[in-house]
Design a protein around this ligand. Structure first.
Ligand code: DLL
Length: 432
């Protein structure tokens, strides 16, 4: 077996061979052990024993979140229950939850995948990793936890919430790695500043491993400036494992997919047809050695692309770009497709506006109206009304040029938008 470090710099031919091997095993395992896959492969005329190349996987049908929901709770298990060590679930805010189950082997490689982010940052033994992703059924807390243990760092499993205590622990324990959502990291930084602290001077952070929600480059730059650390983006989802499916290295030029465990395709979200490297589309994931909850061609609904070319860090695993958002987040405003992250990117051009915003969708005369509610930066004089009006108009005009759509802009006072300890709620749909 290859050493863990060698896996990350394998030649592309070796990676392709390893992936083909994993795909063959996974499709056969699913066919033989999961009635759903037997049915869906047979219906699509896909022969799991006939896979000879990576391209042959394209003949397999997709699996969707709805399929997983329909088979709740244990219908998608590929191993006997006695081999399942742990279970996680997606939040299920829109209905039935989806279940992710893990054998010992699955937990082991999950830790290894998240630990890659820690080692990409040059951290490990001797570092102190404060984990303020929520622990529980959400995969953030325990995924980061297993990663921290695997990396050799000292783990502080503080979970999300109680921000003042987070700040005390950051200071007193000298944490060097911060794991939480980017919006919670920003809230921690802002709270520390409001308490009269200087996060660069008073904390000892080297890196933040932040994910679970989309955040713009501008948001990242602000975080890095406030904490004086590096921010690495980490991606994952309950249905395929949890955090660690892909993680950025210090080049910050895309997230290296853990290609020894996951095979990724980008497809056109409308037609399902594969797209070439460099083109944006929907990410589709096949697990290569997941035992308890393998997935074949899972449609993530996440929009990204394969970053063309090789990474300057020398690691050979392909990279996905930072996510634009999900197909279900996409707003269609008067026929134009807009992602909240595009609105955020425009907002970032204005220093007088802070990182906190919400997009409200309402209707007027049966037309959709989009309002960007954004907090002014605390350093900006909110009471000088003329200036606010002017700023609102400038942002509105800039949005119109950048996105070709009309967005109403309403600037609000600092701290008037509610903060989240997990994923921030950016879009509020008030349409009837
Ligand atoms: O959010 C797993 C996770 C935990 C990832 C901690 C990173 C850090 P779910 O709750 O199942 O799992 O939500 C998965 O979150 O399909 C994306 O839409 C979104 N997401 C996850 N990571 C990122 C990211 C966890 N880095 C869904 N950037 C995914 C943008 C992300 N969106």
């Amino acid at each position: 077996m290859a050493r863990k470090d060698d896996v990350l710099t394998m030649g592309r031919d070796q990676i392709a061979a390893l992936q083909l091997e994993g795909i063959k095993k996974t499709v056969i395992c699913c066919y033989e052990n999961v009635p759903f896959y037997k049915r869906s492969f047979d219906e699509a005329g896909f022969d799991p024993y006939g896979v000879k190349s990576l391209d042959d996987l394209r003949k397999a049908p997709f699996v969707t979140k709805q399929d997983l929901r329909d088979n709740y709770p244990y219908g998608m298990l590929a191993v006997p229950m006695e081999d399942v060590r742990e279970i996680h679930m997606s939040s299920g805010t829109t209905g039935v939850a989806t279940v992710g189950a893990y054998t010992d082997h699955d937990l082991d490689f999950w830790g290894d995948c998240f630990a890659r982010g820690i080692s990409y940052a040059g951290c490990g033994r001797g570092d102190v990793c404060q984990i303020c992703y929520g622990y529980g059924l959400f995969t953030g807390g325990l995924g980061a936890h297993y990663g921290s243990l695997a990396s050799g760092a000292t783990t502080i499993p503080i979970s999300a919430g109680n921000t003042e205590r987070q700040i005390r622990v950051l200071r007193e324990m000298g944490s060097t790695i911060l794991c939480c959502t980017p919006s919670y990291a920003m809230h921690i930084a802002d709270t520390a500043i409001a308490m009269g602290l200087d996060p660069v001077r008073d904390f000892n952070l080297k890196v933040g491993i932040h994910g679970a929600e989309a955040f713009s480059d501008g948001f990242r730059a602000q975080l890095e400036q406030k904490f004086g650390y590096k921010v690495l983006d980490v991606y994952g989802l309950t249905e395929t494992m949890g955090p660690g499916v892909a993680v950025e290295c210090l080049e910050q030029d895309g997230l290296h997919i853990a290609e020894d465990h996951f095979y990724c395709e980008i497809v056109d979200p409308e037609t399902g047809e594969p797209l070439p490297d460099g083109e944006w589309g929907e990410l589709v994931v096949t697990t290569l050695d997941r035992e308890a909850s393998p997935v074949v061609r899972y449609r993530t609904r996440d929009i990204t692309r394969i970053v063309p070319g090789t990474c300057a860090c020398g690691r050979t695993h392909r990279r996905i770009d930072r996510l634009h958002g999900r197909t279900d987040d996409m707003l269609i405003i008067r026929g134009v497709n807009v992602f909240p992250s595009q609105i955020e990117n425009v907002m970032r051009e204005f220093d007088q506006v802070s990182s906190w915003y919400q997009i409200e969708l309402t209707t007027s005369n049966s037309l959709d109206v989009v309002t960007l509610k954004a907090e002014v930066d605390p350093r900006f004089d909110f009471d000088s009304t003329g200036a606010i009006d002017q700023l609102q108009k400038s942002i509105q005009a800039r949005l119109k040029t950048a996105l070709s759509v009309g967005v109403r802009v309403r600037l609000v006072e600092p701290m008037s938008i509610s903060r989240s300890e997990g994923k921030a709620k950016r879009v509020i749909d008030l349409r009837g």
